[in-house]
Ligand binder design. Structure first.
Ligand code: FUB
Length: 312
């Protein structure tokens, strides 16, 4: 009887909490969250930091998938994709986003191009495809979708990272990405070919990590910016996906113990959620980050209220 009461109370407490403690993934280090709702499930695609505490740069081995149906328990589906899945790629698994279209799942990733006849190397964006949100995924086109070149001083150019894909109500898909400036291009209906010229623009404070979506006919461009360092999350809105983008302010201040943060926004079961990462796990830091989530709220005019970062 006593056990029954204890477990009933535990269930009641869990229902009241209805959200896991932050960071929501604690058995590995995760970064650059990208949520996707498919049917009744929220899938979360993340990067995977494997740097040691003495490393002074990123080491990101692969991309992971997690899922939840209650925002409290997260199932780890492993790492169905890594730079090694792309024959043309080498190096680290930077930020990525998976979107669904017509029952297929397209995972846009940032990594690096090998030095070959196509490129002298540098940041590049690829796309993998699967019939299932948890994979198996394979390179959709056998080459980079967006490929950069070394700069003249032989350093990697950083422009071509952090893809986000948005499919508008009329079916037109757009790829946004960038570091330093933001770039956008239309995608063909097959989701794996560009459909027109690339536009480049500079939202106020923009550093990297764009996330594009639409709510009540208003387009949102949320990104990691640097009003001060380390990064904060800022955003613009527009009545047209091609802009002009109006700067609307900061929605998340610096996060604990990480230079970067990275937005991922989704509505699920009647609530809006803001995913990001910080370095708050024991032994965590800028290269050992952890994905978190907090509820987000809009004002009546569509502006976003400041995110309250919680531990629970
Ligand atoms: O995870 C590596 C880089 O850090 C991402 O590409 C950026 O958005 C930042 O989160």
């Amino acid at each position: 009887m006593k056990n029954t009461i204890v477990s009933t109370l535990a269930l009641f407490a869990a229902a009241l909490t209805a959200q896991a403690q932050n960071p929501i993934i604690s058995h590995i280090f995760t970064a650059d969250p990208s949520p996707l709702v498919y049917k009744d499930t929220l899938f979360l695609y993340t990067g995977h930091d494997v740097a040691t505490t003495s490393d002074t740069n990123y080491k990101m081995a692969d991309w992971h998938v997690f899922s939840t149906t209650d925002m409290a328990t997260w199932k780890d589906h492993g790492a169905p994709l890594s730079p090694a899945s792309f024959s043309w790629a080498t190096g680290d698994a930077y930020a990525a986003q998976c979107v669904e279209r017509n029952g297929k799942f397209y995972w846009y990733v940032s990594t690096f191009h090998k030095s070959d006849s196509i490129s002298k190397g540098g940041a590049a964006i690829g796309v993998a495809v699967s019939d299932s949100p948890t994979g198996p995924f394979k390179d959709a086109i056998g080459k980079a979708l967006i490929v950069n070149e070394m700069t003249t001083d032989n350093k990697h150019a950083w422009d071509d990272i952090d893809p986000t894909v948005f499919v508008d109500d009329d079916g037109q898909a757009y790829l946004f990405w960038g570091n330093g400036s933001c770039k956008s291009v239309k995608l063909k209906e097959n989701m794996v070919e560009l459909d027109g010229p690339i536009s480049t623009f500079k939202p106020k404070g923009f550093i990297e990590g764009p996330w594009v979506y639409k709510r009540n006919s208003l387009y949102y461009l949320v990104y990691a910016g640097a009003g001060t360092k380390p990064e904060m999350i800022e955003y613009c809105t527009a009545k047209n996906i091609n802009g002009p983008w109006e700067y609307r302010g900061i929605i998340q201040e610096n996060v604990p113990n990480s230079f970067t943060t990275h937005p991922g926004i989704i509505d699920y079961k009647g609530k809006s959620y803001f995913f990001y990462h910080n370095g708050s796990l024991p032994t965590g830091g800028s290269y050992r980050r952890s994905v978190c989530v907090d509820e987000m709220h809009y004002n009546a005019d569509g502006t976003i209220q400041k995110i309250v970062q919680t531990k629970e």
